[in-house]
Ligand binder design. Structure first.
Ligand SMILES: [Zn+2]
Length: 415
């Protein structure tokens, strides 16, 4: 018998390894996770299911319903949710990964990044976040490590670097930053330059585009983006299937956004002078969404007017997306944002919509997330108390599940 050629052995081993990988990836049944007991709100408009059960398999919701109608199979991991409230995972549509502690995300210890993401986002139930401005390669590196399950975190959508008006860097970005660095920030003065910066961000992995159609260049002056520049940026983003967020600041900044057909206001209009019912109607007619960020403005003397803006937008049929500006605002706790939204006149169901179904719809992902229904992504929040009694309960998070994995558990709350 001739001996086998020496190169056959590694080839066979490689073949076996391939087979092993294939059989691993083709194994459809992972252990199920069962959330048992508790009050389930499958959507912002649904009646509560008391003493409900959710079965999660392969990152998706396999079953949801009252305990008597759901078959809890043996061998599944069970979380006792009695006395708790279960909703779809939350989206914070306005955050930033630009604090120094995120720098070098490529090489930082996984445990440190996981702890930071936990403190800023996971412990408050955010399974998806929109980063509306940061250094793109760094945020992409952070996202890559989360998606590789090296770091525990939410799904991150990012704008990369925002586009500013020419010589229109906000004073609070400029303060303390070296002038050389400020010059590098995108400040397109022509439509062609705007298109170039949008393409640069999207090529680099950005998911949305962020503009400053109105930029506070000092504490009293808003500089607007030229109309043709804003319009070119929006058109390019839309052609690439992406949505555009803007920082409006005042009515002039809103006007530029309306003319350019921006999709989302990343803040309420902070300087409310000149803001009228006509603006509300035009925002609604263009299906422009609004992220109130009321806590950020809660010390402004015109906070009542900003809250009224939010109420009127909701009443006109406008879409509201929840957002806090966490990461620019050093206080990550969203509790006061919920309180402020309620003070603006939003119901707890409207606030839940701003956290779940509204952002899913805005990002054209409603077919796979935003509700607790069979086949949807298993992005789930378990609350320690009931937001239908007190909206502060939205911030009292007990467990968070993303794509079927437990990514947060409040150890103090017990099981
Ligand atoms: Zn911001």
């Amino acid at each position: 018998v001739r001996s086998r050629p020496f190169w056959l052995v590694p080839l066979l081993l490689a073949g076996l390894a391939t087979l092993a990988t294939l059989s691993g990836s083709q194994q459809p049944q992972t252990d199920a996770l069962a959330l048992v007991g508790g009050r389930i709100f499958t959507s912002p408009t649904a009646e509560a299911i008391d003493d409900g059960v959710i079965i999660i398999r392969n990152g998706k919701i396999a079953e949801v319903g009252p305990r008597r109608s759901v078959n809890i199979t043996g061998g599944s991991t069970t979380i006792n949710c009695s006395g708790k409230v279960i909703t779809a995972g939350f989206q914070n549509s306005h955050v930033h990964f630009m604090e120094e502690k995120w720098n070098g995300a490529e090489r930082q210890p996984a445990s440190k990044l996981s702890e930071q993401l936990n403190a800023m986002l996971l412990r408050y139930g955010f399974t998806t976040v929109v980063d509306t401005g940061s250094l793109l390669p760094n945020t992409i590196a952070l996202r890559r490590r989360i998606e590789a399950h090296d770091v525990v975190g939410p799904r991150i959508l990012t704008a990369g670097v925002p586009l500013y008006p020419p010589n229109g860097i906000p004073y609070y970005v400029k303060d303390g930053a070296p002038p050389d660095l400020i010059k590098l920030l995108p400040q397109p003065s022509t439509p062609a330059e705007a298109i170039g910066f949008v393409r640069q961000n999207l090529t680099g992995g950005a998911d949305i585009v962020k503009l400053f159609t109105g930029s506070w260049i000092n504490k009293t002056t808003v500089m607007t983006m030229p109309n043709d520049v804003a319009a070119a940026a929006v058109t390019e983003a839309h052609q690439q299937g992406k949505i555009v967020f803007t920082h409006p600041s005042n009515v002039a900044g809103l006007e530029v956004a309306l003319r350019a057909h921006v999709d989302v206001l990343a803040h309420g209009i902070e300087d409310t002078r000149g803001f009228t019912a006509d603006h509300i109607h035009r925002m609604a007619a263009q299906k422009m969404a609004l992220i109130p960020t009321l806590h950020l403005f809660s010390q402004n003397t015109n906070i009542d007017d900003i809250r009224r803006e939010v109420r009127d937008h909701q009443q006109a049929g406008g879409q509201i997306l929840f957002g806090t500006d966490a990461g620019f605002v050093p206080d990550y706790d969203p509790t006061d944002e919920y309180v402020q939204m309620a003070r603006a006149g939003l119901t707890w169901r409207q606030i839940l919509a701003s956290l779940t179904t509204n952002p899913a719809a805005r990002l054209r992902e409603a077919s796979r997330r935003g509700q607790l229904a069979k086949g949807q992504d298993a992005d789930i929040v378990v609350l320690g108390s009931d937001p239908s009694n007190d909206v502060r309960a939205f911030a009292s998070v007990s467990e968070v599940i993303r794509s079927g994995r437990i990514i947060f558990q409040n150890s103090q709350r017990g099981r």
